[in-house]
Every structure is written in structure tokens, then in C-alpha cells.
Design a binder for this molecule. Structure first.
Ligand code: SF4
Length: 147
């Protein structure tokens, strides 16, 4: 079983990665090699002993910094395998690009364009960082290579 890392610790790590990312972005748009070098952000989860006694959500969601860092890992693949694999055809690279800029409202609006469940799913997806949830469900180039 994977070791439980407290959300506060993951938030700290995310903040440090975010600071690094800000430094990289000062030199212009990221190259794919920069994106590949960004470590995957672990989704914070509730403490196992507490979860065992509750019916609350396991995933706690990313902080703003973690979501932006995770979104910047997206390679913006031209052939969009993630969109082809998405059951509701969400424009995944486009909404991730908005998350990567910290434009969460714009990201939610893109999800709503094709998502019949609209606000509820969009809100859930962003709260749980759809960057990861959608990408895992679909056929993400990076997820398939376990990167
Ligand atoms: S396949 Fe993955 S890396 Fe490529 S655009 Fe889609 S989400 Fe981004």
C-alpha cells in the first residue's frame, strides 16, 4: 500500500514546484522537455484512519499551485488522443492550457461546451483536478507511458 503523504506536505511540494515553474516561464513558453521534467503532482487524500470511519470524498483536490504545475505537464499533443478517448469529448488540451495559466473559470467554460452534465461535473472535475482525472480516464500520451 502506498504511503500516505499529508495534504499539507504535498501542498508545500507543489508550491516549490510552482516557484520553479514561474522561473522557467520567465524564459518563454515551455518546451516539451521542460514539461516532461515536471514531476507528477500527487493528489492529496484524507488520512486513512479518518477515511475508514467516514463516507466523505477520498481525494481532497489540488491547491491552485499544484493544479497549475500538473497542468503544465500536458504536452498539448496535436493529435489529441485524450479527446478521442474522452467519453464526452471534452476539449482536454484546451481546458488544461487554461488551468496551466491559472484561468480556472475559462477552463470550466471549455468543459461546459461539450459536457451535458455542465456545472456539477465541471465543478467536480476542477475540484478534483480534472487534469488528472480526465487524463487517466482517457488516452493521455503521458499517462499511458506512466510519466
Ligand atoms: S494526451 Fe495527455 S499530454 Fe497529450 S494533450 Fe492530451 S492530456 Fe495533454
Amino acid at each position: 500500500m502506498a504511503e500516505h503523504i499529508p495534504a499539507e506536505k504535498l501542498a508545500e511540494t507543489g508550491k516549490a514546484e510552482y516557484t520553479k515553474l514561474e522561473g522557467l516561464l520567465k524564459n518563454g513558453p515551455l518546451a516539451n522537455k521542460d514539461r516532461m521534467a515536471i514531476p507528477q503532482q500527487i493528489m492529496p487524500a484524507g488520512e486513512p484512519k479518518v477515511r475508514a470511519r467516514q463516507m466523505t470524498e477520498v481525494a481532497l483536490g489540488y491547491t491552485k499551485e499544484q493544479a497549475i504545475v500538473e497542468a503544465n505537464r500536458c504536452l498539448q499533443c496535436k493529435n489529441e488522443p485524450c479527446v478521442k478517448g474522452c467519453p464526452v469529448n471534452v476539449h482536454i488540451p484546451q481546458f488544461i492550457a487554461q488551468v496551466a495559466k491559472g484561468e480556472f473559470k475559462a477552463a470550466a467554460d471549455i468543459i461546459k461546451e461539450t459536457n451535458l452534465c455542465r456545472q456539477s461535473v465541471a465543478a467536480f472535475a476542477l475540484r478534483k483536478s480534472s487534469v488528472r482525472a480526465n487524463v487517466r480516464l482517457a488516452k493521455c500520451t503521458r499517462a499511458q507511458k506512466k510519466q
